[in-house]
Ligand binder design. Structure first.
Ligand code: C2E
Ligand code: CA
Ligand code: CA
Ligand code: CA
Length: 287
């Protein structure tokens, strides 16, 4: 069920969702898949909206199932979280991403890429070994800590003492934390005060339709108003922003007008293999 497009893009085909996998012994399947080396990491470029320069990547895990093809993370991350397998799976993504990012920097120089991000589940933040796993991944790969971004969601952050202690410790180590899917939670704004974030990622739901001009002044358009408020707040607090899920040039134009300079989305670049990222970065380093 895998499609391979131009430049090594890897996309899974929809329609094989939760109902099919719900009938599998998903926990056991995931364990076996991890032992069998069936997980891969792809990287989606994070791009400057004014000049299209790639400044970072987000690591996204993929499951190459021997018979079912490419399985979407939406179909197995929840089960991995329920069974606790997200801890070893997340450790694999962490180590792989650090290793790969260090390799890009070694090959292409320190200006090739500012940072590499990856997603961290609440379950991982609860794991008492998480902070030392991160420290070990950085030490083993040689990736400087300020090059690593850990993306966490609001619901993961609001999980009490143990989690906030881990987040503050990571922040103290110089690792940057990004609030993922920003704006979708219930207390996004107060969270910015209570949490050592460096980056906010504006959720795709605010980017969808942001280019639509309904003839109203921008302030009357709720989506645009939220997007603008988030970019202004981020600037006031000294945080970087990334607008997620950009699918058209019209959205790029609208986001630039609303104060966003960095974005991510299929229109800019799809998730791709590490080799494809290498080619993209090498090309960029030459111009
Ligand atoms: P996310 O962290 O919000 O990641 C962004 C998702 O949006 C990715 O889906 C990406 O392929 C997709 N995307 C990017 N640009 C566009 C666009 O323009 N349009 C649309 N429609 N989608 C776009 P993906 O790779 O399927 O991952 C889904 C979710 O699974 C992620 O959402 C994240 O929550 C989770 N996930 C993925 N990899 C990992 C991982 O290694 N660890 C953990 N804990 N979660 C992961
Ligand atoms: Ca993310
Ligand atoms: Ca997101
Ligand atoms: Ca409008």
């Amino acid at each position: 069920a895998k499609q391979r497009g131009k430049a090594g893009y890897v996309r899974y085909v929809d329609g094989m969702g939760e109902p099919v996998l719900a009938h599998m012994q998903l926990g056991g399947e995931l364990r076996r898949a991890l032992d069998n080396d069936e997980f891969r990491v792809v990287y989606q470029p994070i791009v400057r909206l004014d000049c299209n320069r790639v400044i970072g990547v987000e690591a996204l895990v993929r499951w190459h199932h021997p018979t079912r093809g490419l399985v979407s993370p939406a179909d197995f991350i929840p089960a991995a979280e329920r069974t606790g397998l997200i801890v070893p799976l997340g450790r694999f993504v962490l180590r792989e991403t650090c290793r790969q990012a260090a390799a890009w920097l070694a090959e292409l120089g320190p200006d090739a890429l500012r940072e590499a991000g990856l997603n961290v589940s609440a379950r991982q933040l609860h794991d008492p070994d998480f902070v030392s796993d991160v420290a070990a991944a950085l030490a083993d790969s040689g990736l400087p800590c300020e090059r690593l971004v850990l993306e966490v969601t609001e619901s993961a952050v609001l999980r009490g003492q143990q989690v906030s202690r881990a987040l503050y410790e990571l922040d103290r180590m110089g690792i940057r934390l990004a609030l993922d899917d920003f704006g979708t939670g219930e207390s996004s704004l107060s969270l910015l005060r209570a949490f050592p974030a460096s980056i906010v990622k504006l959720d795709k739901s605010f980017v969808d339709g942001i280019e639509i001009d309904d003839g109203q002044p921008a302030a009357a358009d709720a989506r645009q108003a939220v997007a603008r408020a988030v970019s202004q707040l981020a600037r006031a607090l000294g945080l970087d922003t990334v607008a997620e899920g950009i699918e058209s040039p019209e959205q790029v134009a609208a986001l630039l007008e609303l104060g966003y300079t960095v974005g991510q989305g299929f229109y800019l670049a799809e998730p791709m293999t590490a080799d494809s990222v290498s080619r993209l970065l090498a090309l960029q380093a030459r111009v």
